[in-house]
Design a protein around this ligand. Structure first.
Ligand code: BV8
Length: 237
């Protein structure tokens, strides 16, 4: 039984804007709500620049725990629908997630607003690497031996300007924007759906719970991501 009239086949250029709820059905903990990771771990102790400068080994303990946990999580049917959509429509994924699961499912146009758990960067010599080995054994940059830093946008970090500019273009150029599994409380990502709305795209929110941004959407689907996405892809996939 569908509770909406949204069919991907009616649109040409679709942006999927995803948050932690997109990966919930893959077993990745969300940040807020029941079982949320920020309920268990204080980000000021484990996931911010000051904590990393203070005690990189402690921050790496938390991030290796997450690499182990998330490294065992596979794409869910919702990720697969979004990846398959690339074969039928212009499709862009804008994700706040750092788990890399959209790419594992086969999506190729993915903008990671908050960086990536598998990406490493050395702020001492500029070296970069991407490794899905969980946990990361050698915490030191191969070039200068300083600590690798997870290439993640922590609270207080600015977002990558180039990524953000590409995302603004995608939001302003689509005719359907589907926000999936985000609580819409973290800025500046939370305000991005407003750009799609202002550019006359049809805007859909897929989330079992309402969010502070629910009122801007044309359609709110109070269902889990995989179920709602499968319904919308009917007739195409
Ligand atoms: C910035 C990194 C400019 C990854 C995260 C003081 C100082 C500095 C900045 C600020 C400040 N005060 C406020 C700010 C701005 C701050 C901010 O927005 N704070 C909020 C909390 C008020 N933002 C920043 O700091 C950003 N940078 O502003 O730079 C600047 C620079 C310096 C000084 C000033 C300004 C950086 C923000 C990025 C933070 N990084 N994490 C990691 O460590 O894991 S936050 C974290 O929240 C993740 O990135 C995540 O992506 C993001 C959003 O969370 P959601 O994805 O929405 O997930 P959540 O758990 O909240 O919700 C899940 C939803 O899914 C729920 O609604 C649930 O109902 C739903 N759901 C559950 N199951 C399903 C489902 N939906 C569908 N299907 C299901 N099955």
């Amino acid at each position: 039984m569908t509770t909406h009239d949204v069919r991907f086949s009616d649109y040409e250029n679709i942006v999927f804007f995803t948050g932690a709820g997109m990966s919930a059905e893959s077993g990745v903990p969300t940040y807020r709500g029941a079982g949320g990771i920020w309920k268990e771990y204080n980000f000021e102790e484990y996931a911010c620049q000051a904590a990393f400068d203070r005690d990189p080994e402690h921050v790496w303990e938390f991030h290796n725990y997450r690499r182990k946990l998330i490294g065992a999580c596979a794409p869910n049917p919702g990720h697969v629908v979004i990846a398959e959509m690339e074969k039928h429509r212009a499709t862009t994924v804008v994700t706040q997630n750092i788990d890399g699961i959209h790419q594992l499912a086969g999506s190729t146009t993915v903008h990671e607003l908050h960086g990536g758990l598998w990406r490493l960067r050395c702020d001492h010599c500029g070296n970069r690497d991407t490794r899905r080995d969980a946990p990361l054994e050698d915490l030191h940059c191969g070039a200068c031996h300083h600590y690798w830093r997870p290439d993640i946008v922590w609270f207080g970090d600015s977002l990558d300007r180039e990524v953000f500019d590409q995302v603004i273009k995608a939001m302003e150029g689509c005719d359907l924007m589907v926000a999936i599994g985000t609580s819409a409380v973290v800025y500046p990502a939370a305000q991005l759906p407003i750009l799609a709305k202002a550019s006359r795209a049809r805007c859909v929110e897929i989330n079992p719970e309402p969010t502070p941004l629910s009122d801007i959407y044309d359609v709110c689907v109070r269902k889990p991501a995989s179920e709602a996405l499968a319904e919308m892809a009917q007739g195409l996939l």
